[in-house]
Design a protein around this ligand. Sequence first.
Ligand code: C2O
Ligand code: CU
Ligand code: CU
Length: 478
Amino acid sequence: KVYTDYFFDEPAFNTHDGGYIPLEAPKTPQEKLRIPALLEPDKETDSDMYYTVVAQTGETQLLPGDKTKTWGYNNSILGKTIVFKDGKNIHITLKNNLPEVTTFHWHGLNVPGPITDGGCHAPVYPGQSTQIDFKCHQRAATLWLHAHPCPATAQQVWKGLATTVIVQDKTEKQLPFPRNYGVDDLPLVLQDRRFHEHNQLDYMADYDPDGIQGPTPMINGTINPYFDVTTQRIRLRILDGANRREWRLHFSDDLKFTQVASDGGVLPEPVDFTHLMLTCAERAEIIVDFGAYKPGDEVTLYSDDVPLVRFRIHQFTKDETQLPDHLVDIPDPEVTPDTKVHQVVMAGMDEMVEINGKKFDMQRIDDKQKIGNVEYWDISNTNDKTSGMIHPYHMHATQFKIVSRNGHAPYPNEHGLKDTVGVNPGETVRLKVWFDKLGVFMNHCHILEHEDGGMMAQFEVYDPDHPKTYKLMDMDTL
Ligand code: C2O
Ligand code: CU
Ligand code: CU
C-alpha cells in the first residue's frame, strides 16, 4: 500500500492562516547542499565519548553578496552533526560564546532533567561553560539539539541554533538501510527564512505570535540546494526545524518513498508514501530509491509546489536491496493500574495561547508522574476545526506511543516511538507515556512562538522513595 495523502485535516494546514507566508522558489543560483561535518569527539574510548559543543556567532554565505550573520554549534550556522552511541557514557562540555544566555536542549534524548535535558532551568551564561554527563541508553534515532532559553527559544533557533543528533545502536546496524554519512545518509533540516537588506535576518521585523515564517526555503543552511546522487538508494533524516512551518513533502513524478523511522527511531514496519507532512520538530527518516532514473536526470523534492532540493542523478551501481516487512519490535507496556489520565488542553492562537487555562510559569510544576509508571496523556487542541491551527505537541524525557486520534487509529507512520505529535484542531490524541529518568521537564507546543508565548507547561518525574527538590529559575534570574 502506498499512502498518497497527508493525513492531517486540510482546513488546519498553515496555508489557511491569515498570516501564512507561502514559500517561493529562490531565484539565486543552485548551490551544493551543505552536509554538516560530523562533530569530532575530543576523545572516545570503548565506554566513553567526550565532546565539546560551542554555541557561537558567525557569518554564513547564504545568498550572493553580503554574508548573513548567523549562530550555530561549532559552525557558523546550525551545527555539526553529533553522534551518540547507545550504551556509552557521554561527557559534553557546553560552551556559550554568544553575547547572551542560552541553553542546550537535547530534543528526544532520554536524559535527566532539568539540567542535562537543557531546558529553561539550565542556563549557560555568555563566556561560560558547563559540563553534562549521562549514559546514552536508547534506540537508534534522529534527534536534535536546539536552544531553549525562555522566552527566547524562537529567536535563537531563527538565528541558527539547531543541529542534528544521531543515536546509533546495534539493532539499527543490522537493517539494510543506507548509512554512509554524507553520501547516502543525509540529515535534511527544513527551515524557512526571510532575508532583509544586506541579506540579514530580522526576527523582530518578521515576528508573528503564531510563528515566524519566511518565503525562502533553507535546507541545511543552503538556499536553493542540489545534491549529487551517486547511489541508487539514499536515506534522508528529515527534521522540521522551522519555527512554525509545516512541510508537505513530495517528489517529482510522485516518486514513491519509504518511511523507516520516526522521532524515536525505527518503525515497526516500513511505510510507503508519495506525500508526507511534517509538523514542527517532527522527524522522518525516509529511503528514496532512484532505480528508475539514469545519469543526467533530476528528481526534485517539493513542499507544496516549491522545490526544496534537486537530486542530480549520477552513475550508480544497481542496488536490489529489499526492506524486510518487519523492521523492529516496538515496546508497548501495559498502563499502570489505577493511574489518572493526564489532560493537556492546548487552547488559543496569537498571544492568547495557553495549556489548561494557564500560561507557562517557570516555577510552577503542572503535573507529575512516577518513574516507571505507564500512564495515558490526553492531548487536546481546542482550536476551531475549520480555521484553527495544528499544534505540534512535544514532551521532553520520553519517547511515547500514540494510542489514538479522537478514538481512531493513529496514522500508519505513527506506530513507532514519537516525542512530538501534530494535534489537529478539535482533536484529542491519546498517548501512552513512560519515563525512566527523574527530573523536571517541559511539555509544549513546538511552534516556537507559541512555546515562548506560554503554550508550555512543566511536569516532574519523581520517585516516591527518594523525593527531590529542584531549584527552579524564574524568568528574571535568567
Ligand atoms: Cu524541541 Cu522543549 O523542545
Ligand atoms: Cu525537547
Ligand atoms: Cu501551537
